[in-house]
Design a protein around this ligand. Structure first.
Ligand code: SF4
Ligand code: SF4
Length: 477
């Protein structure tokens, strides 16, 4: 077994982070303008400059948002990648105070059988999804790594009607060993996702009351073990609301830098969940650090500037209105019509068909955006964006530093854009309502003209035509 002997204080130093944030509070307006100029030139920002943006007055927000959206479009173009979560097990031995699945909550726990995994996938695919995030609580007895591996195999094997299949499975499971990360890599995971929750160790210990996750050191060095095991796409996140959100944002930037310096590649994605109500969780008294909407948008946009090549993911924890606002902050990925409990997709199907709700379904948190896939796709297109179900990089071996090299050279959007148009065409052909199909194909036709390289443009056009006539699926650059 490989040993990671890194001490987290080597890259997360709370007193230094606090000192930088205090110093940044005095940044004059002139200097803020200069930092925003620098960010728009992709010149890289120092910790103090990131902190200055985090601390700046809200008067600067309109310009910050303009720069964030420009950076996102310069790197990734106007596509937004879609995904759905799949909860396979709510067994958990940890006691995270903010989570409905913490081990002192007495509800009937369950994990999906492989047949149930298959059923859930068919439901997810029927909404057009090609990419999922597999979610499970931590319990080595009821939900061991071999169970997770079986789920992954089942998911990749499941082929639904109408050309549907899941093409990329990102995995969000507890921090684990190098051996287990190797097993995940072998079976073919996309991104390994782990939320730090909070980088502030005393706060971490306050909210993680029992279980293996209580070990801050083991949790914070999980990506080091994953990268040692050959997983080169990792996805981070904090749970905004536990500690000072500005501290968390700067710490996340520093963690990213640590991975870049040590392994040559930083976070593939960053998720930005804010605490939501959940069964057994009292939001009113214990969580004074939940950022208000303006601060939250500022943080997301500053992250866009600080780590311009990293995808930023927004989930259905946020309302439709906030998800709209966050499009201006540089978000690149979004979940749609998510079920946030084990067996949730089939339960929703039964509710639609019979009107009966499943009394045993326990959601991990309360969702805030209940729109259907069709509604979300129509909305994104009306915002001038191209919804994308692309999974090409992972399947072409463009991961880790190979992916980052393309992102940093500005070339990734040359494949993101035609891939988005081809996967959108699959969606329109196989899953969309007639109204969305009509609007969607008009968008595809307009956007095809914008593909800059003639060779790519013609190939994409041929592929779109072949998808429309039912001759092909799953084509990509
Ligand atoms: Fe378990 Fe994850 Fe919930 Fe913590 S956050 S109680 S580890 S499911
Ligand atoms: Fe993501 Fe790569 Fe597809 Fe672009 S081409 S959407 S980066 S998988």
């Amino acid at each position: 077994m490989s040993k990671i002997t890194l001490n987290t204080t080597e890259f997360i130093r709370p007193t230094a982070i606090d000192a930088i944030l205090s110093q940044a509070a005095a940044t004059p307006d002139r200097a803020i303008d200069a930092i925003l100029d620098k960010a728009s030139r992709f010149a890289g920002l120092s910790h103090l400059e990131v902190a200055s943006l985090l601390k700046m007055d809200n008067r600067h927000l309109p310009r910050l948002f303009r720069v964030a959206r420009t950076i996102k479009e310069a790197i990734y173009g106007n596509r937004i990648v879609m995904f759905a979560p799949l909860y396979v097990s709510d067994y958990c031995v940890n006691r995270c105070a903010y989570c409905a699945y913490n081990d002192c909550h007495g509800f009937r726990r369950r994990k999906l059988t492989q047949d149930e995994v298959r059923d859930e996938i068919i439901e997810i695919v029927s909404m057009g999804h090609k990419r999922i995030a597999l979610e499970a609580g931590e319990d080595d007895v009821n939900c061991p790594i071999d169970y997770i591996l079986d789920c992954l195999r089942t998911i990749y094997r499941t082929q639904a009607d109408l050309s549907g299949e899941i093409r990329r499975v990102n995995v969000n499971i507890a921090a684990t060993t190098v051996e287990n990360y190797r097993k995940l890599k072998e079976v073919g995971i996309g991104t390994y996702i782990l939320f730090q929750e909070t980088y502030h160790q005393p706060t971490y210990e306050k909210f993680h009351l029992a279980g293996p996750k209580r070990d801050y050191w083991y949790h914070t060095t999980a990506f080091d073990r994953a990268m040692s095991a050959g997983i080169d796409d990792v996805g981070a996140g904090v749970l905004f609301g536990l500690h000072d959100p500005l501290f968390e944002a700067l710490a996340m930037v520093i963690h990213n830098e640590h991975l870049e310096q040590t392994y040559g590649v930083g976070f593939h994605t960053i998720s930005v969940p804010r605490i939501r109500p959940a069964e057994g969780v009292d939001l009113s008294t214990v969580y004074p650090n939940i950022p208000d909407d303006a601060t939250f948008r500022k943080i997301v946009a500053v992250l866009r500037l600080a780590v311009p090549y990293t995808g930023i993911i927004i989930s259905t924890r946020e309302s439709a209105a906030m998800r709209k606002d966050l499009l201006d902050c540089g978000v690149t990925q979004m979940s749609a019509c998510s079920a946030v409990g084990v067996g949730g997709y089939m339960a929703e199907k039964r509710r639609r068909e019979t009107g009966e709700t499943d009394p045993n379904l326990t959601a991990q948190f309360a969702k805030n955006d209940e729109r259907s896939a069709d509604e979300i796709i129509a909305w994104l297109m009306s915002e001038g964006l191209v919804p994308s179900w692309c999974t090409a990089c992972y399947r072409s071996g463009r991961t880790g530093d190979r992916f980052m090299a393309l992102a940093k050279s500005g070339q990734i959007k040359n494949v993101c854009h035609p891939n988005a148009l081809m996967t959108l065409s699959e969606y329109l052909e196989d899953y969309a309502s007639p109204a969305v199909k009509e609007v969607g194909y008009a968008l595809v036709d307009r956007e095809l003209d914008k593909v800059p390289k003639a060779e790519h443009r013609e190939k994409a056009r041929r592929n779109v035509n072949a998808i429309r006539s039912g001759k092909t699926r799953d084509v990509y650059f």
